[in-house]
Design a protein around this ligand. Structure first.
Ligand code: 4AD
Ligand code: MG
Length: 429
């Protein structure tokens, strides 16, 4: 048994091969069925001629609709008109499972494709995206492994808000209320005291009511935390990690990237260091572009797009005003209105992909900020303990995996970066 990709080769010409997969498209004319077969590796044309296969096989080939699962045996021949340049001239056509009236045809509404997500994930787009995603992830894990980070498994059911209490999902937890995690950060922070450098990949949940092309209610969050790390080095980790992810995708998935209209060369060129732009400077840049922003304005999708749409390499925006960011960030001694933090923006207007900071180690400052926000101190007691027993300077960040995939695969909407997107409007299928 060969994969489709293996069969599509000059070396196979004249040989009898077997491939199996699903019918991607099919038509018959006269005594010939042209069935294009797909598997994980690609698509290949097969021709099933009356007389060249048994009568039953020919009948089955005529009956087998799109998405029927089949095994085809035949001779590989060069054919310039066929996708990939080769075809298989069948001598056997064996059906595993017929598929009748597959409900997805060429032009379908987005809504229908979401209703039929369990079938749409078989599409070539979704296949390419899934492979690129896995490859980015493998690049990340390799980088962490090479740099002696320990992968850890933080909880998903939690008692406090790590980010915005307005976007928390509540769950009934026995006879109490608990929440789905928005970030593993606090738990990662607690683990650096023994493991030094840690990372985790977990689902994160945000009850975002707004429908935007870059927010999911459930996304995969790659987070790291390291002891003895200050903010500038935290950014160096991000640039190296992301470079390693991108280069791995270029190495493993050049065809998938090209299929998604992403030129692998643009990713290959991305290397550290990435530009660091001060928040203040970002405001001035935006004002020059005619946007109505001033000190204290948050960077939303529009502002982030304006800053990055002409760039090909990610850039950091650093030192945000405190009022825009959570209580746990380290005050910037050079400008105490701001934090030692960074947001990493993807190029080409795709927006924030990573949020990171050095962490505050002064409990008095954090208590003050929590009180100002009206938070219950009791909930954060365990977190504040971490600063009481052998506190060290430390930093970390969280990377939204689907945000990177959206950029790398040039997707219009983040929902296409995940097999089963969870949004305000959808938890089915
Ligand atoms: O910027 P955020 O909210 O930062 C944190 O959660 C930190 N506690 C992480 C840390 O320091 N350990 O989220 C981090 C990243 C964002 O940059 C973005 O890429 C992604 O998570 N993200 C989302 N991705 C998809 N859908 C959403 N609703 C997202 N919200 C955040
Ligand atoms: Mg953020």
């Amino acid at each position: 048994m060969l994969s489709v990709k293996q069969a599509l080769s000059k070396d196979q010409v004249g040989k009898i091969v077997q491939v199996r997969g699903w019918i991607y498209r099919t038509r018959s004319s006269g005594g010939i069925v042209f069935a294009v077969l797909r598997d994980v590796s690609g698509i290949i044309q097969t021709t099933v001629k009356k007389g060249a296969v048994s009568e039953k096989d020919f009948d089955d080939a005529q009956k087998a609709g799109i998405e029927s699962s089949v095994m085809i045996e035949g001779e590989v021949a060069e054919d310039k008109r066929a996708p990939g340049g080769y075809e298989i001239r069948a001598t056997k056509f064996q059906v595993y499972g017929f598929s009748d009236g597959f409900p997805i045809t060429e032009y379908q509404s987005t809504e229908l494709l979401l209703d039929l997500r369990h079938l749409w994930i078989r599409s070539r787009e979704q296949t390419a995206v899934a492979k690129v995603k896995a490859s980015l992830l493998r690049g990340a894990r390799e980088w962490f492994h090479d740099n002696e980070y320990v992968e850890v498994t933080p909880p998903i059911i939690t008692g406090v808000a790590a980010e915005e209490s307005t976007t928390l999902f509540q769950v009934k937890y026995f006879d109490r209320i608990a929440y789905l995690s928005q970030s593993a950060q606090f738990y990662l922070e607690s683990l650096i005291y023994s493991l030094d450098k840690v990372y985790s990949l977990t689902p994160s949940f945000r009850a975002e009511k707004s429908r935007t092309p870059r927010h999911l209610a459930e996304y995969w969050h790659l987070e790291m935390e390291a002891a003895w790390l200050e903010n500038e080095d935290n950014m160096k980790v991000q640039e190296q990690l992301i470079t390693s992810m991108l280069h791995n995708a270029v190495k493993e998935c050049p065809e998938e990237l090209t299929f998604m209209k992403r030129d692998p060369a643009t990713l290959k060129k991305i290397e550290p260091p990435f530009e660091r732009m001060n928040y203040q400077e970002a405001m001035e840049t935006l004002q020059k572009k005619g946007l109505d922003v001033s000190w204290g304005s948050d960077l939303g999708a529009i502002e982030e797009r304006a800053l990055t749409q002409d760039r090909l390499v990610p850039m950091f925006v650093v030192n945000y005003p405190k009022e825009l960011k959570p209580f746990y960030m380290k005050e910037n001694p050079e400008d105490t209105r701001t934090y030692k933090n960074s947001d990493l923006l993807a190029p080409e207007g795709y927006g924030e992909i990573v949020g990171g900071s050095e962490r505050e180690t002064d409990n008095e400052l954090m208590l003050e900020r929590l009180r100002d926000k009206g938070e219950s101190i009791e909930n954060y007691k365990w977190y504040l303990d971490l600063r009481k027993y052998g506190s060290v300077p430390h930093s970390g960040f969280g990377l939204g995996l689907e945000r990177i995939v959206t950029w790398v695969c040039k997707l219009d909407h983040i929902r296409d970066s995940i097999p089963y997107p969870r949004t305000v409007a959808r938890v089915y299928p």
